[in-house]
Design a protein around this ligand. Structure first.
Ligand SMILES: C[S@@+](CC[C@H](N)C(=O)[O-])C[C@H]1O[C@@H](n2cnc3c(N)ncnc32)[C@H](O)[C@@H]1O
Ligand SMILES: Nc1nc2[nH]cc(C(=O)O)c2c(=O)[nH]1
Ligand code: SF4
Ligand SMILES: [Mg+2]
Length: 242
């Protein structure tokens, strides 16, 4: 059986972002990413700082661990990273969840395709705006979106762009125009990843949420979009494993 590099398995918690925000879910976080976003809130998955915490697990090891944590108390699992789409054979884990009637969400940036995307219930693709210092390969992203559309998955996918500043906002608009028939989310960026002052962080993030909301509501070119904060950050700050 194939083994996967796993950094965290936790939950139940709420899905704090995007298309299934508020959903009770378990999290499986894989190690490794093909990007290195300037503001990545999960940089420990790829910057080497948590390399000793990476555990090599088979699909059934992961399933066992989820049940050890919360057997009977979950119906939804979110796979995030890092970039889980780097793992071709993750299909094996997806199949176990499918076979056990567990719904699956996936967080990925849209840089790599996998055939198992076609069986994900809530697939979030999060292309990266200029503040990340990453450059989107739109040829790759076009292909991923059209494969999902051709596979009849439109109701199961969404785009989510993190916005830190006006340039990111313009990028988000360009993405919304390019993929105008896909559900679109704008997400508040967290630029203070090290503070342990949760009250101050919440205050700052709510102010940014207000800025982003005001801007979007006044903009007729973004007539159909959802604007959200990271709910888990409002509740628990920068804490890991929640
Ligand atoms: C840590 S990433 C892992 C999945 C995948 N690599 C991706 O970026 O989509 C999960 C989500 O967190 C978002 N994210 C990362 N750092 C963030 C930050 N500082 N503020 C807000 N959202 C952030 C990403 O854009 C992505 O939508
Ligand atoms: N509660 C909670 N919701 C989340 N939504 C996306 C997350 C991620 O890191 O991918 C995340 C996370 O780390 N925690
Ligand atoms: S793509 Fe996702 S995990 Fe990778 S560096 Fe960017 S935010 Fe972090
Ligand atoms: Mg996170």
């Amino acid at each position: 059986m194939n083994k996967f590099p796993i950094l965290e398995i936790f939950g139940p918690t709420i899905q704090g972002e995007g298309m299934v925000i508020g959903q009770k879910t378990m999290f499986v976080r894989t190690a490794g990413c093909d990007y290195s976003c300037a503001w990545c809130d999960s940089a420990f998955t790829w910057d080497g700082s948590a390399k000793d915490d990476i555990v090599s697990m088979t699909a059934s090891d992961i399933w066992e661990k989820l049940n050890e944590l919360a057997k009977g108390n979950f119906s939804h699992v979110t796979i995030s990273g890092g970039n889980p789409a780097l793992l071709k054979n993750l299909q094996e884990f997806v199949k176990i969840l499918n076979d056990n009637q567990i719904r699956i969400a996936l967080e990925t940036q849209g840089s790599v395709w996998q055939d198992w995307f076609l069986t994900i219930d809530d697939l979030t693709i999060s292309p990266k705006p200029p503040s990340s210092k990453m450059v989107t390969d739109f040829q790759v992203l076009d292909k991923i979106i059209s494969r999902l559309e051709d596979g009849g998955r439109k109701a199961h996918i969404s785009l989510k762009v993190v916005v830190f500043d006006n340039k990111d906002y313009e990028y988000a608009k360009m993405v919304a125009r390019r993929y105008s028939n896909i559900q679109m989310f704008l997400q508040v960026g967290n630029d203070d990843l090290s503070t342990i002052d949760d009250a101050e962080l919440t205050y700052k993030l709510l102010n940014k949420y207000e800025w982003l909301t005001d801007k979007t509501m006044a903009d007729s070119e973004l007539a159909d979009v959802k604007v959200l904060p990271q709910l888990h950050t409002l509740l628990w700050g920068n804490k890991r494993g929640v």
